[in-house]
Design a protein around this ligand. Structure first.
Ligand SMILES: NC(=O)c1ccc[n+]([C@@H]2O[C@H](COP(=O)([O-])OP(=O)(O)OC[C@H]3O[C@@H](n4cnc5c(N)ncnc54)[C@H](OP(=O)(O)O)[C@@H]3O)[C@@H](O)[C@H]2O)c1
Length: 342
């Protein structure tokens, strides 16, 4: 076995803790938040594994995080990047079973935008050989969230609403909804995406720039009675959609793509129509869901990628050495993930 190097190239965070702001997942300059460095390869402790990176997908949560706007504090000097795919090259006590395996992982101790990442063994999913590295690098955050949230929606009827439906997660939810015989109502901001989303599984697609969008939604709402709104945007249009939903509707905020903060205009609906506003966070779902259900969902996710029902659209690939110069431009492209490779 080739010995491991003692140092590695990494893209690290340059700030500590929370920023106290909510400006959304966009950045103007990578160097405002990140820096290149050469640093020691971390060593796995008990229950941990060291992973040699194959690919890491860039998610909005990575951008919220490096800006100090996510659900956990930044650690200055620690590699960025939550999600990836790679090979387990060293293990701590109790994690030996993963040695040598290709896994999808969530990095809990040292981030994925580095040649090596360090995480807990329980944050790794061994990958079937028929899953590509690109799909493996985006196998947890969005697919698991799609499975969990569509399951939540189907318990409240057959129609549900998905905002930012052109996002990777939105597309996964539209096609899963269709496969389960449900009626996903997709909300998008670009009219040119309507046909592709219908093809993918959306029952109806509404475009937020259409001046008649809310009228059209009200008519659809009366007809289809969607009771769950899976919302990644959380702006004033979201609030208006929620207000036009029927009795008992749930506005599930799971993302903050818009920097606009919505105002509640009809709080009486919460009292008299039994409507609810709530959040969803995969991290919380993973800890609250029985292990056997998580295992079943993991297997279904891999099956969907293996047989082509789901795929990861890739907009651009960047090597670690090109992240600082290329990330901002790469993120401007719609319809796909930026993938970072060693
Ligand atoms: N809570 C959780 O546990 C959890 C888990 C996974 C993901 N998420 C959230 O899910 C959302 C989607 O993630 P993803 O990885 O699928 O994203 P993605 O593939 O990177 O796509 C994001 C897309 O959202 C659209 N968008 C951006 N800003 C917008 C705005 N202000 N208004 C409307 N649409 C906007 C853009 O599409 P167009 O350019 O086509 O409009 C953009 O391409 C993110 O908010 C993420 O944080 C949450």
């Amino acid at each position: 076995m080739t010995p491991l190097p003692t140092s590695m190239f990494a893209i690290v965070q340059t700030h500590h803790g929370y920023s106290g702001k909510a400006t959304g997942p966009s950045i103007q300059n990578a160097s405002d938040w990140l820096a290149e460095t050469e640093m020691p390869v971390p060593e796995p402790g008990a229950g941990q594994v060291l992973i040699r990176l194959r690919a890491s997908s860039v998610n909005p949560s990575d951008l919220h995080f490096i800006k100090g706007e996510y659900g956990q504090p930044r650690v200055k000097g620690s590699p960025a990047g939550f999600e990836g795919c790679g090979d387990v090259v060293a293990t701590g006590a109790g994690a030996e079973g993963l040695q040598g395996q290709r896994v999808a992982f969530m990095a809990t101790h040292s981030g994925a935008w580095a040649e090596y990442a360090l995480t807990d063994a329980q944050m790794c999913i061994p990958l079937r050989p028929d899953i590509s590295d690109d799909d493996g690098s985006a196998q947890i955050v969005n697919p698991m969230t799609a499975m969990a949230m569509v399951d939540l929606a189907r318990q409240a009827g057959d129609a549900f609403i998905v905002s930012a439906a052109t996002s990777q997660l939105g597309k996964l939810m539209c096609s899963l909804g269709r496969d389960l015989g449900l009626k996903p109502i997709a909300i998008v901001r670009r009219a040119e995406t309507v046909a592709a989303l219908k093809e993918l599984g959306a029952h109806e697609v509404l475009v937020t720039s259409d001046p008649d969008m809310l009228q059209k939604f009200s008519a659809l709402s009366k007809e289809l009675k969607p009771r769950v709104f899976l919302d990644a945007v959380a702006d004033q249009i979201s609030e208006q959609i929620f207000c036009a939903m029927p009795n008992g509707a749930r506005w599930v905020c799971y993302g903050k793509l818009s920097p606009e903060l919505p105002k509640l205009t009809q709080t009486g609906q919460l009292i008299f129509m039994g409507k609810k506003i709530e959040g969803f966070w995969l991290t919380q779902w993973m800890t609250a869901t029985p292990r056997e259900d998580v295992v079943r969902v993991v297997a279904e996710v891999q099956a969907r990628f293996a047989d082509g029902r789901w795929k990861t659209d890739v907009s651009e690939k960047l090597t670690l050495k090109n992240v600082m110069s290329g990330l901002v431009d790469a993120l401007q492209k719609s319809d796909g993930k930026v993938i970072i490779t060693p």
